[in-house]
Each structure stands twice: as C-alpha cells, then as structure tokens.
Design a protein around this ligand. Structure first.
Ligand SMILES: [Cu+2]
Length: 488
C-alpha cells in the first residue's frame, strides 16, 4: 500500500523562472558594501532556501537576512531578520538558511553593518514548488514490508482472539471455534483492506492538492502568420491563477526572445516582440534560413515573478525585414565543431572576445563571476564599448539538450524589472552598473552558476560603436559525484 503512495508521489518535470536554473545570483551593493549573493530556493514549498553572501569589503561586522513577499501588505512588515553565519575559513563569506512558506514572488532582504555604517539590498527570489519529493526506494521497501507485517498481524491477532480467548489453559479449540476464527479473519482482512483503501484515497487527495501548486510555466504556442510574422500565444496551463498580460517592461521591453537555430545552435537572434493583444506577442522576423528554431521568451509579471516560456518552430526561408531597434543577431561555429578548450571568439571585424577562465571545465552549482574581455585586432582593449539595453553585456547560458536556459546580466540572473520592484526605496538599484563616465570598461562579468552537469553553449552580446556583437563559447560542467549504481 505504501508502494501505491510512492507511485502517487511521482516527481514532476522541473521548471523555473529561467529554464532548469532555479538558483538566483546577484552582484550588487548594500549601501557601501559590494556583495555577491547566491540564493538556492527550495524545490518544495514550504522549504528552506540556502543563502551564500560574499563581500569584498573587509569591515563588515554582521549580515542579516530575512524573506518577505515581493508585493502586498506582507512586503511592508518584515519579521526579525536572522543573523547570517560568518565562515570560519573566510571572514568575508556568510551563509544562512531561510524558510519560504508559500509559493510565489519573494525577496530576501540583506542588511549589512560594518565600519561604513549600514546598507541594504533586496534580492528577488521566485519560490516555486517544483516537484513532489519522492520517497527513497529503500525506505519505501522497508515501509511496505513493515506495512504488510502489520496487516497480517492484525488479521492473525483477530483470528487468535476469536479462536482462543475463551479457552482454559491447556484446552484445544473445538472445530466450531476454528470455523468462527476463520470467519473473523476474513472479516478483519476486509476491514483492513477498507482502511487501506480510504487511507489511500485521502493521501491521493492531499497529493493532488499539492500538485496544483507545483509550478508550471506559461504555455507558449508559436506560429508563423502572413509569411514573415512570428506570433506567440500565451496560455496558463493552470497554476495558482496567473495572468497572461500583466507584464512589466524589463529594460524597455515586455518580452526578450532568444531564437536559436537547431540543432547546431550556430545562429542566434535576440528579439523583442510586442504585445498586440492580451497574451499575444508578435514580431516581424528578420531574414532567416529555413529550419527549426528553439524559442526562449523572458517576461516579468507585475508581481515581480519572472518566467521563461519555451517553444519550438520550424520555419521556411524568411525574406524578412532588417533588424531594427534593440534587436540583434549573431552567428558562430556549429555545435558539432565545439571546442570547450577554445577561449577566444573572433568577430567579423577582427576584434576578439576572450573568456578569462582558469580551467576548461566548471564545477556544477558553484557561484562564479564569468569574465569576458574584448580586444581589438591589435590586441589592445577596445575603447568603444557601449551599453546594450542599459547593460554592459547580455549572456545566455544554454545546455545543449536545452534543459537549461538562463539569460544573465552583469548584475546577475535576476531580471532588472524584478530587481527594481524589490528596491522600491532606492533611487537606482543598479547604480554600480550604470556607468556614467564616457569610457566603459572593455570587459564584462556575469555572476552565475551552472545548475546541472553537461555540455553548454554560452552566448555573450555586447555593443560597440552602435553595433551589437555576439560571441559564442562552449564549456563542460562536471558532476562532482557521478551517479553510482548504488544510489539512484
Ligand atoms: Cu539581456
């Protein structure tokens, strides 16, 4: 019977605000203190989020953390913050864990005290129940055996009681007594089955009601209309009630769409469809070759909850309109020629982007500042970097099998729209990242951590002298404990 329950607790497919990348990475400032924050939200709600905070400031005396809903009354009344624990090995590294009690759009408020006074930074964290925890197989087998023993025991105790309870010591039961005992045992067995059946029904009802809060991303259906117009229709597959038209602009666009050519991922487009009807986004496609394309569309709800919708479309050759506005395109080598050791991407104009990394592979889940440097054909740092949609760069980390997609900025994996919602009190949440000076640095960093082992392609976009340039790199993310046959 416990086995039945185990079958009911099926793990559902994972889905996240990005795709397959639930952890939140943020680089920002709490007042004068620069922080690099990684938050790993729980996979089940209620559950515990793990918080890691690194600061480059040496004079931090304490760090406090507290979870709050992003919007509504709950956002105004903060409970008492917890003290984050300072690492014994590294005095600039703090960790903590926080309970997230309900599903939805949350923030973690980080307060720092130190030699330069106080500072605060709010980190948006989508808390989404992503799955039902599955019972461990060993435990399930053990409980099943114990359950069977218990049921058999109940039946045999009832039989023995009805057969022998009235016997004097030493006497043998009569055939009628044995007959009655058999009847009792049959009745008891029926009763036990009835109890198990009702218990199972109750369990199923509980599991189903939890199933309703398990996060399901918005559905996106892609179609080609009128020869060259892409139409994306959003619908809610049923998850806690959610609108398909309550989006807020994230660096001036309601939707950021990555179009990646399949299967080789050698072409990429970063487009910005407009909402032309409730839940319907359209865009005039640029010239594109016939083929299959993966679509990853980022939006941010009014509540600050970010979502990435996924679709695939097969297109004929599109004559299309030239790219305009913030739209951009890039091309590189096909995946079949991927070289994870290659750290240099050469642009058409002879300038290069260099991925500054100390090894060819990365450990899974480790928070890391990914650094890319741009140099001219002469090997000198380029002097003409510009902001592209308010950012020094845009990165997309995509696993080859497409089970991971994360659109990351120099501030981190949190969409700017959600970040500014969380820092309502501050005038400019990303002050440190908007460079006011004329010359921008010729390198860009992205805080991120690969969520799963596997082969990844990384797309980096920058803008120089009015032109967007796209670099492509490949890397391998290693599994520190590959699954052994013993642990499943
Ligand atoms: Cu971006």
């Amino acid at each position: 019977m416990v086995l039945l329950a185990v079958v009911l607790w099926l793990a559902l497919p994972r889905a996240d605000a990005h795709v397959g990348s639930p952890d939140v990475f943020l680089e920002g400032k709490a007042g004068p203190y620069p922080l690099f924050i990684a938050i790993r939200p729980p996979l089940v709600i209620p559950g515990v989020a793990q918080v890691e905070i690194r600061t480059s400031a040496k004079d931090v005396s304490q760090v406090r953390i507290v979870p709050l809903p992003m919007t509504g009354a709950g956002a105004k009344f903060a409970p008492t913050p917890d003290l984050a624990e300072r690492s014994k090995d590294d005095p600039q590294f703090f960790t903590g864990s926080l309970w997230m009690m309900t599903s939805g759009s949350w923030q973690v408020r980080v307060s720092v005290e130190g030699g330069q006074g106080k500072g605060e930074l709010a980190v948006p964290v989508p808390a989404l129940a992503n799955k039902t925890e599955r019972m461990q197989t060993g435990l399930a087998i053990l409980l099943s055996i114990l359950g069977l023993v218990l049921c058999a025991g109940a039946v045999s105790i009832a039989g023995a009681a009805s057969r022998e309870a009235k016997l004097e010591p030493g006497q043998q039961p009569t055939p009628e007594m044995r007959q009655r005992a058999r009847r009792t045992m049959v009745l008891t067995a029926l009763l036990v089955i009835a109890v198990l059946y009702l218990g199972n029904a109750w369990w199923t009802a509980e599991a189903n009601s939890y199933g309703r809060i398990i996060y399901k991303p918005l559905r996106m259906d892609a179609a080609l209309v009128g020869g060259s117009k892409l139409q994306l229709t959003l619908s809610d597959p049923g998850w806690l009630g959610r609108r398909v038209d309550d989006f807020v602009p994230d660096h001036n666009h309601l939707m950021h769409l990555y179009v990646i050519r399949l299967p080789e991922m050698e072409r990429v487009w970063h487009l910005h469809p407009e909402m032309t009807a409730s839940g319907v986004f359209t865009h005039d496609l640029p010239p594109m070759p016939a083929g299959s394309y993966a679509l990853f569309a980022d939006v941010v709800h009014e509540s600050g909850l970010p979502e990435t919708m996924v679709a695939e479309i097969t297109l004929p050759a599109i004559a299309g309109k030239p790219l305009s506005g913030d739209d951009s395109a890039g091309s590189g080598h096909p995946l079949s020629q991927a070289d994870p050791k290659n750290r240099t991407f050469v642009f058409e104009d002879g300038s290069k982007m260099i991925w500054e990394r100390s090894s060819d592979t990365f450990p899974v889940k480790r928070a890391h500042a990914f650094r890319f440097r741009v140099e001219g054909p002469d090997g000198q740092p380029v002097p003409d970097m510009e902001l592209y949609m308010g950012m020094l760069g845009h990165a997309a980390f995509v696993k080859r099998d497409r089970s991971v997609f994360a659109h990351v900025h120099p501030t981190g994996s949190v969409p700017m729209a959600a970040l500014s919602l969380a820092q309502k009190s501050e005038a400019d949440p990303h002050a440190g990242h908007h460079m006011h000076a004329m010359a921008l640095p010729s390198e860009v960093t992205f805080p991120y951590g690969f969520p799963q082992p596997g082969d990844y392609r990384v797309f980096i976009q920058i803008r120089r002298s009015g032109k967007v340039q796209t670099a492509m790199f490949d890397t391998v993310v290693e599994d520190p404990n590959p699954p052994s046959p013993k642990t499943r």
